[in-house]
Design a protein around this ligand. Structure first.
Ligand SMILES: [Zn+2]
Length: 90
């Protein structure tokens, strides 16, 4: 995985990486997430990161109700939300 020997719990314990995480989302939830993704795309294109954060909060609320961690969606939403937080708060 790395070009060095890492001794952290994840490496030693062989925790799954992103590509090994589940990615399937049932159709009802997927449709709701697609709606939010569209709104998010418009907000971010307009540079409205404050609105992006609000949409991410809705994302998190939805996925917490419908998906167990670990799951690729959690990682993707967390990365995108982190980007918004950097833009809003530095
Ligand atoms: Zn490690």
């Amino acid at each position: 995985m790395f070009f060095f020997d890492c001794g952290c719990d994840a490496c030693v314990g062989g925790y799954p990486t992103y590509r090994d995480l589940p990615s399937r989302v049932e159709s009802g939830l997927a449709e709701k997430l697609r709606v939010l993704e569209g709104l998010l795309g418009r907000a971010l294109s307009a540079g409205d990161y404050q609105e992006g954060l609000k949409i991410h909060c809705k994302d998190v609320h939805l996925i917490e109700q419908g998906l167990q961690e670990p799951h690729r969606i959690y990682v993707s939403v967390r990365n995108s939300m982190q980007h918004c937080l950097w833009k809003v708060y530095g």
